[in-house]
Design a protein. Structure first.
Length: 248
């Protein structure tokens, strides 16, 4: 049965992969990102399945607008993928200005809080699901990633609290692995990381070991549409045994 899924950060990378996988599986999607051109292309290619609203996710009113768009276009909302996020500042705690931390937290954490508050009423009705795209950095230390890693740890905690508070909604956080995205290009170009850790990311790219956005997108699409209650409140890695059945 076709579901209606909202995806943030949908213009490129993992978000675009998720959107494309959902469309290919005949689901309806409501997409948002700052870059309208990519969203317009998806809409033109799939006019009956795609609705979109380009905008800044740190505009906290965008969540209510997206819910209204889902309801007016497709009649409701069944799932949400909170995919957007940034890596910068890649600096040690002693060197990163607090204002840069605030900017990252506004994007990676507080916009997610605002979005969750906006979608909760619709997901209560549909008994739907939120998938929060987290990171292995939420539980592992990467020097100079304090802002990013701690923000993703906050995302995990948000997901767990939502699962406990809203028992009719499945809330699940996912570490998508090391994926061939623009963020990985940014990581490889960084001169602020620990050399040993930095070399590992370069080696993954050199040996063609990065996951593709196509594969990750299909896994996430399967998770958010199958909506297994057993996942609620959990944080899992995409290549772990618990998620093997969701792989394409």
């Amino acid at each position: 049965m076709s579901k209606v899924i909202l995806v943030t950060g949908a213009s490129r990378g993992i978000g675009l992969g998720i959107a494309q996988a959902l469309i290919a599986a005949k689901h309806k999607v409501v997409l948002t990102a700052r870059n309208a051109a990519s969203l317009e292309k998806l809409k033109a290619e799939n006019p009956e399945q795609v609705a979109f609203l380009a905008g800044d996710i740190t505009d906290y009113s965008i969540g209510e607008k997206l819910v209204s768009l889902a309801e007016s276009t497709f009649g409701g909302l069944d799932g949400v993928v909170v995919n957007h996020g940034v890596l910068e500042p890649v600096k040690k705690l002693a060197e990163a200005p607090v204002e840069e931390w605030k900017t990252l937290y506004d994007i990676n954490v507080f916009s997610g809080v605002a979005l969750a508050k906006a979608v909760i009423p619709a997901l209560r009705k549909s008994k739907g699901m939120i998938v929060w795209i987290s990171s292995g950095a939420s539980t592992n230390v990467y020097k100079s990633w304090g802002a990013y890693g701690s923000s993703k740890a906050a995302v995990n905690s948000l997901s767990m609290h939502l699962a406990a508070e809203e028992t009719d909604i499945i809330s699940f956080s996912l570490a998508p692995g090391v994926v061939a995205t623009d963020m990985q290009v940014q990581i490889r170009a960084s001169d602020q990381m620990d050399p040993t850790q930095h070399s590992k990311f370069k080696e993954l790219h050199k040996t063609d070991m990065l996951l593709t956005t196509d594969w990750v997108g299909k896994v996430v699409a399967n998770i958010v549409t199958k909506q297994d209650k057993e996942l609620s409140g959990k944080y899992l890695r995409i290549n772990g045994p618990e998620l093997a059945s969701y792989a394409p």
